[in-house]
Write a protein that binds this ligand. Structure first.
Ligand code: COA
Ligand code: AMP
Length: 641
């Protein structure tokens, strides 16, 4: 329950969405252009738990771009590309963006892409990536962006699941310490995958040109230039509101990632609501989301929401520190007159570490800047307090999942800032009926910890299903607590209705705001010929929040140097999953601690590694093993000393 005595318009708005969701969401949908306006908001019988705006029809690209390009915002910047890693930048107006998208869409259509076809993107933070996503949306095709920090195997798994007709890729991405050649990774992924895309459109970047494969690969710039010279452009194709706009893969509890499906109408309606009400941003203002288009936050708040709302979106190809310094975000905010910045707590911790007094903040004119939003991992109260002090503006923690597509909880500054409580992600957004449940699925009293669950139906914007599998959707999210969506996050709701998220209840860990499956890493370690068994846990890290640590038991006959095997294991995770896993610590141990029924005691291992008090589990098979775990951590910069 939320507290009706909270200030501002929030209590009234939340109550309106709960009391009459049909009316509330049909009204929210009026922010969009529909080719056929919905007459109903929700159809409870469709899909695993219902579908939003079942009889509506619209096009996402039209809503995000064309309606502004055809109207008063034609010459307003839609995108400000700011790339300290290449030393370049570019401003693209809504009109220019529409023309680029329409030309690329014509190329995609020539390559056979039509409504409902999937297109995988493997691209860095360049404008063409947004143009590619929106060109798919224009045709009613379904994009699936794969983050550039994932290796070939992860890309292959996604190719096999999404079965794209086409891949859009760049020749390389640029990290501060290296150029990441994407084309060899793409080639390796296609070689591994059972499903072969018919064609690949490759954007050549000057930092690393790729050799194109005869027959399959096309040069992006040449194809688009030819289309433009011939005056070609593709129109927006109306789709049903329930048709998928994109698939975004996220770590599941098994090695196989989950293909989160995003519908079109519900998603756009929820995003359009969030911009003025949650983020307090007006059309024409500049929004800077310092995430990556490979993540849900990037899809929603670099691409779709700012453009839908007629804002200017900053596309930043750089890091919070080192490109060139800890003032990078403040420079961007100042140069582009950013009203709202959205980043991950990790980025804030990195900046704080290099500039503890916030000296670089004062070097810039931040007069347009009103608020900082944080998400992706738990925002530690120290970092939030630090940011409030050096920025002298509201710092808002808000809670998200790839599955939900927009925040579950936050402090809706557009409705009137609510009191900020450090450590809490504030109150549920309209349509999210959030409860904390005990193991038996019963709601617990305020202030008691449990699993956070959302009463069905989920509001618009959230996943209607998993790609190709309603059954997996039900099994993964809806089966644990009948009538609820299981968030797999543990937490507490206090007497004011404020939600605190404490951590995952499954094997997912959060590394620098990136969601990773320890089960997936264990599968990679177990594939090493010398490994008998293994366990991966997330251990506390001052910068990244958590980092993975793998404990491995070698096969009895192995006589090789364990240090050499540990190095191979680190390389193996980097090659199979990717550098984003930040897997740098593999420790060989004689045995793993287990219960008498053979369950590995991961939670106790984590407490030991995190220097937290721990008690001997009553069910442990051999108590001496835990000492061996403590021993293995010594001298590695972690663990019990
Ligand atoms: N393509 C290829 N490699 C990538 C990549 C990409 N798009 N993004 C990250 N990587 C690599 C990094 O280069 C790094 O490789 P390394 O092991 O060779 O150093 C590795 O993946 C881990 O990356 P990350 O965990 O992001 O750390 P980092 O060292 O790149 O950056 C910070 C450190 C402080 C900048 C980082 O904590 C940060 O801010 N990350 C972004 C957080 C974020 O936006 N999360 C999104 C959720 S909203
Ligand atoms: P992702 O799907 O990558 O967005 O990761 C979602 C997970 O990140 C959630 O289930 C949480 O565990 C965690 N998370 C996201 N935002 C927050 C937050 N504001 N506070 C605490 N945890 C968060």
């Amino acid at each position: 329950m939320t507290d009706a005595s909270l200030p501002g318009r929030y209590p009234e708005i939340y109550a309106a969405a709960s009391g009459d969701p049909e009316r509330f969401w049909l009204q929210a949908a009026e922010a969009l252009d529909w080719t056929r306006a919905p007459t109903r908001a929700f159809e409870p019988e469709a899909g695993p738990y219902g579908r939003w705006f079942p009889d509506g029809e619209l096009n996402a690209c039209h809503n995000a771009v064309d309606r502004h390009a055809d109207g008063a915002r034609a010459e307003q910047p839609a995108i400000r590309y700011d790339s300290p890693v290449t030393g370049t930048g570019r401003t693209i107006s809504y009109r220019e963006l529409r023309d680029e998208i329409a030309a690329l869409a014509a190329v995609l259509a020539d390559l056979g892409v039509a409504k409902g076809d999937r297109v995988v993107l493997y691209m860095p933070m360049v404008p063409e990536a947004l143009v590619g996503m929106l060109a798919c949306a224009r045709l009613g095709a379904v994009h699936s962006v794969v983050f550039g920090g994932f290796a070939a195997n992860e890309l292959a798994v996604r190719l096999d699941d999404a079965r794209p007709k086409l891949v859009l890729a760049a020749s390389c991405g640029i990290e501060p310490n290296r150029v990441v050649a994407y084309k060899p990774l793409l080639d390796a992924a296609i070689a591994r995958a059972g499903h072969k895309p018919e064609a690949c459109l490759i954007l050549q970047r000057p930092q690393c040109a790729a050799a194109l494969s005869e027959g399959r690969d096309r040069d992006w710039a040449e194809a688009v230039a030819a289309a433009r010279a011939a005056g070609r452009s593709a129109p927006c194709v109306p789709v049903s509101a329930t048709d998928p706009l994109y698939i975004l893969y996220t770590s599941g509890t098994t090695g196989k990632p989950k293909g989160v499906v995003r519908d079109t109408g519900g998603y756009l309606a929820a995003l359009a609501w969030s911009m003025p009400n949650l983020y307090g941003v007006a059309p024409g203002e500049t929004y800077f989301c310092a995430s990556d288009i490979g993540w849900v936050v990037g899809h929603s708040y670099i691409v779709y929401a700012p453009l839908l709302h007629g804002c200017t979106s900053v596309l930043y190809e750089g890091k919070p520190v080192g490109t060139p310094d800890a003032g990078a975000f403040w420079r961007v905010v100042s140069e582009h007159k950013v009203a709202c910045l959205f980043t991950a707590p990790t980025a804030l911790r990195a900046i704080k570490k290099e500039d503890p007094e916030g000296a670089r903040v004062g070097a810039y004119d931040l007069s347009a800047f009103r608020s900082l939003f944080l998400a992706g991992e738990r925002a530690d109260p120290d970092s939030v307090a630090w940011a409030e002090r050096v920025l002298d503006r509201p710092v808002i923690d808000h809670w998200w999942q790839t599955e939900t597509g927009w925040p579950i909880a936050g402090n809706p500054i557009g409705l009137g800032l609510l009191p900020v409580k450090h450590g809490s992600t504030c109150v549920p957004m309209p349509g999210y009926r959030v409860e904390v449940l005990d193991e038996g699925g019963k709601p617990v009293p305020a202030g008691t910890m449990g699993t956070i669950a959302i009463r069905l139906p989920l509001p618009p914007g959230c996943l209607p299903t998993l790609w190709g599998s309603d059954a997996r959707m039900r099994a993964s999210y809806l089966a644990t607590f009948p009538g609820y969506y299981d968030t797999s996050d543990a937490g507490v709701i206090d007497g004011d209705g404020y939600i605190t998220v404490l951590g995952r209840t499954d094997d997912i860990i959060n590394v620098a705001g990136h969601r990773l499956s320890t089960g997936g890493m264990e599968a990679v370690l177990a594939g090493h010929p010398d490994v008998a068994e293994c366990a991966v846990i997330g251990i506390r890290d001052a910068l990244k929040g958590e980092v993975p640590c793998g404990f491995v038991v070698l096969k009895a006959h192995v006589a090789r140097d364990p240090a050499e095997i540990e190095r191979e294991l680190v390389a193996r995770v980097r090659d199979e999953i990717g550098p984003v896993a930040a897997f740098k610590l593999a420790l060989t141990v004689p045995r793993l601690p287990k219960t008498r029924s053979g369950k590995i005691l991961r939670a106790t291992m984590k407490r030991i590694a995190d220097h937290e008090p721990w008690t001997m589990p009553a069910t442990i098979d051999d108590a001496g093993v835990l000492d061996e775990i403590g021993e293995s951590l010594k001298g590695r910069g972690i663990g019990s000393a």
